[in-house]
Design a binder for this molecule. Structure first.
Ligand SMILES: [Zn+2]
Length: 388
């Protein structure tokens, strides 16, 4: 495993001696770690005290920023962290304050069986407790690509993904500076799926070959969204998206490259009784839905509103509500047909249809495209820069 005593010392120094107030300044200091939310406990929903278990082969350092006491060394290879409204406890020892930093001596630690690079913080607010992983940018990108890409795909396409993933998280870090939340990104596909360390060499190579490379627009790091398959949708025609801040996402021409892929078109047949249960969060259950009809589409052919017939009543749902309620619906571009006691959805694409189309990018590489040309196609007007 790549770590050293020096690395551990520099990580501790970074955590302890760089105050938060310097984060927003343009300095030449080392890139701050990405703060990824691993787990969150919401006391308004669950009043019971919960616990997290961290493991490391060589123990931990524990630092309390509230009391600014020096790091407490723990030889224990397993830490059980419990918390309630007023305190954070580690292996039964209570620490004052609302934050605790935990630094694995090895530079990595396990949480519930998954290994993560970097260090951790436990942060309490009035209603929430957050378990946050502080991880080096390049290690974060490497982890993300394991779940957001396909290890068997060519290095060239993973280079495009690495630049996109790196730019996206840096743009999110900038956005997070305006927020009161103690983390930059979630570990779910709400941002980028992040599941810790791996040893997939093709992905490590792609990240190393593009180290520090980001996409910028007018000197600012671009919010480089991506999805699995665009389904041929032209993003500039999407109405429910503010392209003002990110004009490079308003591509005015279609990607046709993904149309050769299996994922491009999908069909799902869902029983009306199941649909009724799924949409109960929006339309009261019981009672079985009889029909769903498309009420509005935007210029990009994305469904923005549907009418749901149930009993004698007609309800209206937004396209986003239906998408969030029905897990089998893969995109916002589809038709609906009634077939006996089911509805048949025929759709195009997989995801939100904005930014880079991953399956399209893979086909481009098969056609001999270079990663720079791919990024230029999906994020027009951006340029590649290297951060220090
Ligand atoms: Zn596409």
């Amino acid at each position: 495993m790549k770590h050293s005593h020096l690395k551990l010392l520099s990580m501790v120094a970074l955590l302890i001696f760089i105050p938060r107030s310097t984060h927003g300044k343009k300095t030449t200091q080392k890139q701050q770690p990405v703060k990824v939310l691993i787990e969150e406990h919401d006391r308004t929903k669950n009043r019971r005290c919960s616990s997290w278990k961290l493991t490391s082969n060589t123990g931990f350092l524990i630092f309390n920023p509230t009391t600014k006491t020096s790091c407490k060394s723990s030889e224990k290879t397993s830490l059980t962290i419990t918390h309630n409204q007023s305190r954070i406890c580690v292996n039964g020892i209570s620490y004052p304050g609302s934050e605790l930093r935990i630094i694995p001596r090895d530079g990595y630690a396990g949480i519930n069986g998954t290994q993560f690079h970097g260090s951790f913080s436990i942060t309490q607010t009035n209603d929430h407790t957050y378990l946050i992983n502080h991880v080096d940018l390049e290690e974060y990108v490497c982890s993300v690509l394991k779940t957001e890409s396909w290890p068997g795909w060519p290095v060239e396409v993973n280079k495009a993904f690495a630049i996109s993933s790196r730019s996206y998280v840096l743009a999110m870090i900038k956005q997070a500076q305006k927020s009161t939340l103690p983390y930059h990104v979630k570990n779910t596909n709400e941002h980028q799926t992040y599941k810790g360390m791996h040893t997939t060499s093709a992905i490590h190579t792609a990240v190393a070959l593009t180290k520090g490379m980001v996409l910028t627009h007018n000197g600012q790091i671009a919010l480089t969204m991506f999805d699995s398959c665009c389904g041929g949708v032209i993003p500039a025609h999407i109405e429910d998206f503010d392209f003002g801040k990110a004009p490079y996402l308003a591509r005015t021409y279609a990607c046709t490259h993904c149309s050769r892929c299996k994922i491009y078109a999908w069909q799902k047949e869902i029983h009306l009784a199941d649909i009724s249960k799924f949409i109960a969060q929006f339309i009261e259950y019981p009672g079985v839905v009889q029909q769903i009809k498309i009420a509005k589409k935007d210029k990009a052919r994305l469904i923005t509103q549907v009418h749901v017939k149930k009993g004698n009543k007609k309800h209206t749902l937004s396209g986003k509500q239906l998408y969030s309620a029905l897990p089998e619906i893969k995109s916002f571009c589809y038709s609906i047909k009634r077939k006996k006691d089911t509805l048949v959805f025929n759709g195009k694409g997989y995801g939100h249809h904005i930014g880079m189309c991953q399956w399209g990018a893979r086909e481009m590489v098969r056609d001999g495209w270079h990663y720079k040309r791919i990024l230029d196609f999906y994020y027009p007007g951006t340029v590649i820069r290297k951060i220090s």
